[in-house]
Design a protein around this ligand. Structure first.
Ligand SMILES: [Zn+2]
Length: 326
């Protein structure tokens, strides 16, 4: 387990200990509280002697998702009793439900554009942030956001929900794209563990086909136009790394039939044996994109990826977004 993860979890355990100590002072006879306090003390002892995070039955590392959800857990998933397994699974399913509710409407219709996406966590929850935000004022433009938080699982999904909240509170302020990105970056720097960062693209699509793209270290989006393609260069560093990062936007003009394809590295780095999916296959498919609706494009890419993987599991969270000018 990484040192930062361990420190985060130690913080959670100490916090729990303080709360329990408070409780014992109010209800001295509560034996349940004393039992819990003993469990907490035992976890801190395991941290001090270096055995924290290993299963007491098999000695293998305990899954990080389990430790994030319950820092007192002492067994790996295989060696939890069925009641513990059920309770952890319920917690994770609840987290998954909450995350699903944060996703944008599936086939959102906005004038002049056809937009679809595919969002697929590698486990219960995803560290990808996918959003379509329609400002309440100024209805002539729409924001697409796609981010990828470092790591995956519960910790990454918590930062994803944080990103969601920040974008939804900043966009109504009618700021420029680079200002939105700079504010989000600063807040991330000030509020997250130093080990966490996010790559992210903000695309602001206007009715007339103009799209303003601001990219913080994310995989370059691909613009398909008239049978040609162009990978749009990344022009900023990931968010949450340097508080003072500045972001510059670039503009593309999209004509009817043009497609902007945005994805997370769960697509390009999906691998079978030693081979990666890369983007060549997308570029080949792209010749047909102008004849397809955005939903068909998403489905075609999913089919291509699943064919490539041939039943091998996806190791990372996957998100694909397609913005087509109509
Ligand atoms: Zn075990």
């Amino acid at each position: 387990m990484r040192h930062d993860d361990l420190n985060d979890i130690r913080g959670k355990i100490l916090d729990r200990k303080n709360k329990l100590v408070d409780l014992t002072q109010k209800y001295i006879s509560a034996s349940e509280v004393m039992d819990l306090l003993q469990e907490v003390e035992a976890a801190l002892l395991r941290m001090n002697n270096g055995t924290y995070g290993t299963c007491e039955v098999c000695g293998e590392p305990i899954e990080i998702d389990s430790l994030e959800t319950d820092p007192l857990v002492r067994f790996c998933l295989d060696h939890m009793n069925s009641e513990q397994q059920r309770s952890l699974e319920e917690d994770l399913k609840l987290a998954m439900k909450i995350q699903r509710k944060l996703l944008p409407q599936m086939d959102v219709k906005v004038p002049g554009w056809d937009i679809s996406y595919h969002y697929e966590p590698a486990g219960f929850v995803s560290g990808d942030y996918c959003d379509i935000i329609i400002p309440e004022v100024n209805h002539d433009h729409y924001y697409l956001v796609l981010g990828d938080v470092s790591g995956k699982g519960v910790a990454a999904s918590m930062l994803m929900t944080h990103l969601h909240a920040m974008f939804h509170s900043l966009i109504p302020l009618d700021l420029k794209s680079n200002e939105i990105m700079e504010r989000v970056n600063r807040q991330l720097c000030e509020s997250t563990a130093s080990s966490q960062f996010a790559t992210l693209i903000l695309a602001d699509a206007f009715d007339d086909g103009k799209v303003e793209i601001t990219n913080a270290g994310h995989c370059p989006p691909i613009l398909f136009s008239n049978g040609n393609y162009k990978e749009l260069a990344t022009n900023g560093i990931p968010m949450g790394v340097l508080c003072s990062s500045a972001y510059n936007s670039s503009f593309v003009e999209m004509k009817p039939g043009d497609v902007l394809f945005i994805y997370t590295d769960g697509l390009s780095e999906a691998s079978r044996n030693e081979e990666q999916f890369e983007t060549d296959r997308i570029l080949r498919l792209g010749k047909e994109f102008k004849y397809m609706e955005s939903r068909q494009i998403v489905e075609a890419v999913k089919t291509e990826l699943n064919g490539f993987l041939g039943g091998n599991p996806k190791a990372d969270d996957l998100t694909i977004m397609v913005l087509k000018k109509i």
